[in-house]
Design a protein around this ligand. Structure first.
Ligand code: URA
Length: 241
């Protein structure tokens, strides 16, 4: 159940008028609750349940928006809750953030790195929908390396095991020592386990995967399992990429 407040307080919380002016609005018959005009004082409403209108237009309490960057560890599910009761990424922030937030896209259970969380649906849409072409940069540690033709295929775009053709990826080998090959991979789409499945499609295996960048927003040295608020500059940038 939501908090119950006096009608004039609710109107003030919406930023429509001061409490005093809200009382005048009520007396003048400009306010209705759940479609019923209210003219007397003393009426209370439940936040989130009752629908309040002024001059026929619904008013709502503006919700504070959260934009969070988390360094997700392996072993956490990118969801609000998990049907198997495994720990979720929201568990890592919920002691500090007391509103419902959700992950922006997903990192799979075995992948770590940069994950955004928000309560702003528009923001999530802008960052995840491929039409906005927000790049996602990963570092993939490969088991046994990759062939030259495998690299070329990834750069042209491969077909995944379910028949889906992904767009060309930017792939560069960034280190190769003692049989450990690390590749930087940049994609704009977000199919389930896409990077791992792209490498599988060319006969390679990803041993470890980490997302380090979304657009030009970098994970930097945020410790594993820790989070921070995005700056307003970072939010504006992602909203307008
Ligand atoms: N690609 C993957 O394979 N896993 C992720 O979590 C993200 C991209």
């Amino acid at each position: 159940m939501g908090e119950i407040v006096r009608l004039q307080k609710y109107i003030a919380m919406c930023g429509t008028a001061s409490r005093r002016n809200a009382e005048v609005m009520i007396q003048n018959g400009r306010v209705s609750v759940n479609g019923k005009r209210i003219k007397e004082m003393g009426v209370k409403v439940e936040i989130g349940a009752d629908k309040v209108s002024v001059d026929g237009r619904e008013i709502k309490i503006p919700q504070k928006k959260y934009y969070i960057m988390l360094n997700k560890p392996v072993g956490y599910v990118s969801a609000v809750t998990d049907q198997f009761e495994r720990p979720t990424v929201v568990d890592l922030v919920k002691n500090d953030i007391h509103t419902r937030i959700f992950p922006v896209g997903r990192l799979d259970y075995n992948t770590e790195g940069l994950l955004l969380l928000t309560n702003d649906g528009d923001f999530s849409y802008r960052v995840t929908h491929p039409k906005f072409r927000v790049s996602k940069t990963y570092i993939a540690m490969l088991k046994g390396g990759i062939t030259v033709s495998g690299l070329q295929k990834l750069r042209r775009g491969v077909k995944l095991d379910d028949g889906f053709s992904v767009s060309p990826a930017k792939v560069e080998i960034i280190s190769a020592e003692n049989g450990h090959v690390a590749a930087e991979v940049i994609i704009h789409e977000g199919h389930n386990r896409q990077v791992r499945r792209m490498f599988e499609a060319v006969g390679s295996e990803v041993k470890e995967l980490k997302r380090v960048k979304i657009g030009k927003i970098e994970l930097g040295n945020l410790p594993l399992g820790r989070w921070r608020h995005l700056t307003s500059h970072e939010v504006n940038y992602l909203m307008n990429v």
